[in-house]
Design a protein around this ligand. Sequence first.
Ligand SMILES: C[S@@+](CC[C@H](N)C(=O)[O-])C[C@H]1O[C@@H](n2cnc3c(N)ncnc32)[C@H](O)[C@@H]1O
Length: 338
Amino acid sequence: MARLALVPKPEPVEARPGEPGWLTSLRVGEAELWARVRAHGDHRREHLSERATYILAETVNWLSDLPPHSIHAIVTDPPYGLIEYDDKNHKKLRAGRGGVWRIPPSFDGAKRQPLPRFTVLSSEEIRALHGFFSAVAFGMLRALVPGGHVFIASNPLLSSMTFHALQGAGFEKRGEIIRLVQTLRGGDKPKGAEEEFADVSVMPRSCWEPWGIFRKPFAGTIAENLRTWGTGGLRRTSTEEPLKDVIHCSPTRGAEKKIAPHPSLKPQRFLRQIVRAALPLGIGIIYDPFAGSGSTLAAAEAVGCCSVGTDRDPQYFGMARSAFPQLAVFPVRERDER
Ligand SMILES: C[S@@+](CC[C@H](N)C(=O)[O-])C[C@H]1O[C@@H](n2cnc3c(N)ncnc32)[C@H](O)[C@@H]1O
């Protein structure tokens, strides 16, 4: 049952000296909207902090009756190929029996975590993936305010399908963030004939991860949209430096994985940069439709904004409860260790 009693009343928002009226209106609107969004739907939920709520729900279901113009930005790492988080494969992963999840070949004696193999998707499964992301995209488009951005992770094999679904729903593509990260995907020699074809690999070793950037269309100028909705642009890294579309960020390290042992955990160092950039004025609500361990919510807490997440898996819901406070204060290095 939804624990509505725990939803705090919005704080009265005072105008700050010298602040233009439109900025005060945005902050008042944010407080009122936040109280409504975190209470939305009759699902089990956990208020992880005053500014973060995790809802145990199917994404499309929760989004379907969320009133339009409820969310200011979406930052998410969805199931790239869908099948890796379907009941059959997810159960196999938890039982240590593989399915689509495979341990990458070991060459240095280190223990490897299973990674999903996306090369095995049939054309029917790829069509289903497009259908699923179209349904999610229509829900996201409705829920966002005009000019709201979506940052959505994928991989080089499947991103064209996922990104096409968002464009088909009406989003404007605004570029991609290339996360430079060395994974253990790809680069293998032909199976069973490694010595015979020692100079051949079946596909490149993956060294990057695409994050599509999309925006809900809006009327008028960016400046007008920023004043009305607080959205339309991206927050700069500093006054001198815009957000850049290549970010070096090594794989999630052991200490972070110990706090949140989710098989697809994204690192705080990366998520905090994206979450911060997604709200140009630092005002508004971030939504993660596939919240997993709650890492996006923790990143939002760390940069000081409100966030709501949905995930349908009760184990990850439980994981987020214990991981959130630790991830939100997890120390990150300014520069990547490479
Ligand atoms: C790639 S993981 C996200 C991991 C997350 N970024 C983290 O750092 O913990 C995708 C998540 O989507 C969830 N999921 C898959 N299909 C879903 C659906 N239809 N509705 C809600 N959640 C779903 C899975 O349970 C999984 O936790």
